[in-house]
Design a protein around this ligand. Structure first.
Ligand SMILES: Cc1ncc(C[n+]2csc(CCOP(=O)(O)OP(=O)(O)O)c2C)c(N)n1
Length: 323
């Protein structure tokens, strides 16, 4: 059905996923050169979730993110240069280099913030949904979190309240099977996180999170429901992180065949294949896009590397609200 989307929309999704992937590949290398303060949680393999959901949102809609924040940010329309600068701790970054990928935010594109505290984005999304309702703006909020976060109290409290008050929130569970090194089956007696929706009287759907069009379709249905003031939806996107939990995790706890199986279902390769197979795009066109994205990322790296660090005396600026 979604292949009926105009070519520009499909190609835009492909480009966005590539931006996230190429961006992260660069950050991976920069980390190895000691240019990334702190750490970075890798998103490679999960790009279809961020892009599928954000493609169903408008610029005014909101998202909340996780410790794996840069992918969501880019999918919502963040500037690559300022995102890269933030990750490198530079003054030209979105949070003046003081947030990094785990605390990146840009209200101008509706990105309300990443958070390092697992499950902390859910109540923030409910608050934003309530605010949109009270202001009668028609905005919706997409809230990203992992399957591990779905065991936190905040998951249950947030979905319950959003459901009771029919708030315009889309709860997007990125089920990548592992919470750090812990496999889902070791800590949960259910296979589908979406089943939890029943307890709150809202729709719960599980989709192939490596198929950007499947994610997009589910997100569109949820967005329409939210805008009709019918309440939230829980979308579980079954996906896989191709690398370790963070840059320093070799992820040896995962069977090799499992990793290889998921690599074959890489979301970017799948969309590429579909675009070629259905004659929507040509090989040459896609190669051109790949070249363009690659050069945009190079520009972002150059911008970030050449930017200055914030001065030590600026450390407490922007921390407290002015009253
Ligand atoms: C409240 C809290 N507990 C524990 C941690 C440590 N921690 C960081 S990421 C993570 C795993 C989260 O797993 P999941 O929610 O499935 O997201 P994923 O990392 O798979 O994207 C944990 C336990 C934390 N940051 N916050």
């Amino acid at each position: 059905m979604t292949l009926d989307l105009p070519k520009e929309s499909l190609v835009k999704m492909y480009r966005k996923m590539l931006e996230i992937r190429f961006f992260e590949e660069k950050v991976f290398g920069l980390y190895g050169q000691n240019l990334v303060p702190g750490t970075i949680h890798l998103y490679a393999g999960e790009e279809a979730v961020a892009v599928g959901v954000c493609s169903a949102l408008s610029k005014d809609d909101y998202i909340t993110s996780t410790h794996r924040g840069h992918g969501h940010c880019i999918a919502k329309g963040a500037d690559l240069k300022r995102t890269m600068a933030e990750i490198l701790g530079k003054k030209t970054g979105y949070c003046k280099g003081k947030g990094g990928s785990m605390h990146i935010a840009d209200f101008s594109i509706g990105m309300l913030g990443a958070t390092a505290v697992v499950g902390a984005g859910l109540p923030i999304a409910v608050g934003a949904g309530l605010s949109a309702r009270l202001r009668k703006t028609g905005q919706v909020v997409a809230c990203f979190f992992g399957e591990g976060a779905s065991n936190q109290g905040t998951f249950h409290e947030s979905i319950n309240m959003a459901s009771a008050w029919k708030l315009p929130v889309i709860f997007v569970c990125e089920n990548n099977l592992y919470a750090m090194g812990t496999r889902q089956s070791r800590i949960m007696n259910i296979e589908n996180i979406a089943d939890r929706a029943v307890s709150y009287g809202i729709p719960g759907v599980s989709v192939d999170g490596n198929d950007v069009l499947a994610v997009y379709e589910a997100a569109c249905v949820a967005v329409e429901r939210a805008r009709r003031v019918e309440g939230p939806t829980l979308i579980e996107c079954k996906t896989y992180r191709q690398k370790g939990h963070s840059r320093v995790d070799p992820a040896k706890y995962r069977p090799r065949e499992e990793v290889e199986g998921w690599l074959q279902r890489d979301p970017i390769k799948r969309l590429r294949h579909k675009l070629i197979q259905t004659v929507i795009s040509t090989e040459a066109e896609l190669q051109e896009i790949e070249k363009e994205v690659s050069s945009e990322i190079e520009d972002a790296v150059k911008f970030a590397v050449e930017s200055t660090f914030p001065a030590p005396e600026e450390a407490l600026e922007d921390v407290y609200a002015q009253i």
